[in-house]
Ligand binder design. Structure first.
Ligand code: BGC
Length: 447
């Protein structure tokens, strides 16, 4: 495993940092004294723990920081670099246990309700009411951020997982069309291989394999079956022929990847696609933000389509910020942050940079590129098209997610393991897992 760089410092160390850099304070203080405004010193601040480390993620953070600063709110950065937030959750847990919780944190999906039920999150009911969130947010997002009739998270954007990116230069040079079915995909792979080009970029990181697998499973089945597997966790679903088909497809896809599949960060895969070292990438659309940040405009250097067989669906991953309930002294700053992230002006700019779509029902579609418009069209259509991402915490509790992801990963890494054996292992394992509770997104369990 690649070691994750720890770039994060606990709250009390903020002071040490500032002490080590007295010039920063002088720079703030002098204009303040001259104008007698002193707004920089009086600014409220919120420390935000998050895992956004890539180029585009950092651009999104910078945008938030700048906008908030204009409103006299200082974003104190608590970065814990870790793709999909694996390390960030661990750091957050240990900080809470040590009585040193940050004031806000990026926390997504089912984890939000797990933490709210433990009484760890501040409600932001007033902000939601004043901002009329119930009316302006997508109903799916509105449901996701409420626990026991309290609003406990501020939503930032909606990512689409089932996205296939392709390098336009390679595709036009070889006269290839983006594949709409797995048969077409296999033909494209053959032509790319004949031309000596790696067809599909992929990492062996556990969450990245799971991200690919959930899309593959949906592509060979239906949202109902996807729910049986990832939300209801039915042992019989693991023994179903459609589950076997998804595993077989995963094996076929592996032949289109570099051999061996190395443990790479997702941003490195985006770079591989940008530089033409691989022709395709299946990834959440944060990769679009990254490709844009690398200097490739959408539909010029690269483009995206839905993964074969999933055009009618949107596997969603909603990014949310929660406010940690401390002694209440930071409430007004925390509420200001929550209010900001949902404001239409910020929503549009932020999501453009991040690669996601706004959480608002009526965004300005003219400001979106073709990938975002497609994602928006599918997500805003029939609610049955909205499928919760398993790998990105929208479908089931953390323990089940980790256990199931590890089994999928084991199968992916071990070419000797038969499909039947993997199915049996999964079925046996899910029997021992907790059942999802209603009241979070796993309420989809009742569909
Ligand atoms: C998050 C995205 C993030 C991606 C890669 C996902 O789980 O929702 O915001 O860009 O992980 O780290």
């Amino acid at each position: 495993m690649q070691t994750e760089q720890q770039d994060f410092w606990p709250a009390e160390e903020d002071t040490h940092r500032q002490q080590r850099k007295p010039h920063r304070w002088r720079a703030l203080l002098i204009p303040c004294l001259l104008t007698l405004g002193c707004s920089a010193v009086q600014a409220q601040s919120v420390q935000v723990l998050h895992w956004w480390k890539s180029l585009s993620e950092q651009q999104a953070v910078n945008l938030l920081t700048t906008k908030l600063a204009q409103d006299n709110l200082q974003w104190r950065d608590g970065l814990v670099p870790s793709g999909s937030g694996v390390g960030a959750s661990i750091v957050l847990k240990s900080r809470i246990l040590a009585g040193n919780a940050p004031e806000a944190a990026q926390l997504n999906g089912v984890l939000v309700s797990e933490w709210a039920e433990l009484g760890l999150l501040l409600d932001i009911d007033n902000v939601a009411q004043t901002g009329k969130w119930e009316k302006s947010l997508f109903p799916k997002v509105w449901n996701l951020i409420q626990v026991k009739n309290h609003v406990v998270a501020a939503p930032l954007g909606i990512h689409r997982i089932n996205t296939l990116f392709y390098n336009k230069k390679i595709f036009s040079k070889l006269d290839l069309k983006p594949p709409a079915s797995w048969e077409e995909f296999d033909q494209v792979v053959r032509k790319l291989q004949q031309a000596g080009i790696t067809p599909l970029a992929q990492s062996s990181e556990v969450w990245q394999v799971a991200t690919l697998f959930e899309t593959v499973l949906l592509s060979v089945s239906s949202p109902g079956f996807y729910h049986d597997v990832f939300v209801r966790k039915q042992p019989s679903a693991m023994m179903d022929a459609r589950f076997a088909q998804a595993l077989k497809r995963l094996r076929i896809l592996k032949k289109a990847m570099p051999n061996p599949v190395a443990d790479k960060l997702w941003m490195d895969l985006s770079r591989q696609l940008a530089e033409g070292q691989a022709a395709m990438l299946i990834m959440g659309d944060w990769a679009k933000g990254e490709l844009n940040a690398l200097g490739l405009p959408t539909d010029t250097g690269f483009s995206c389509v839905a993964v074969p067989g999933t055009a009618a669906y949107h596997i969603y991953d909603v990014d949310t910020l929660v406010m940690l309930a401390r002694d209440g002294s930071k409430r007004s700053a925390q509420e200001k942050l929550a209010q900001w992230v949902v404001s239409p002006a910020l929503q549009q700019e932020y999501n453009q940079v991040k690669g996601s779509i706004p959480v608002l029902k009526n965004p300005d579609l003219t400001k979106m590129d073709s990938c975002a418009r497609n994602a928006w069209k599918v997500f805003s259509g029939d609610a049955a098209a909205q499928v919760p991402s398993f790998a990105h915490r929208m479908a089931t509790d953390e323990i089940s997610r980790d256990a199931m992801m590890n089994e999928i990963h084991r199968f992916f890494m071990d070419d000797q393991m038969s499909v039947e054996e993997a199915q049996k292992r999964m079925a046996t394992m899910v029997r021992a897992l907790p059942k999802n509770k209603a009241g979070n997104d796993a309420q989809d369990i009742n569909r």
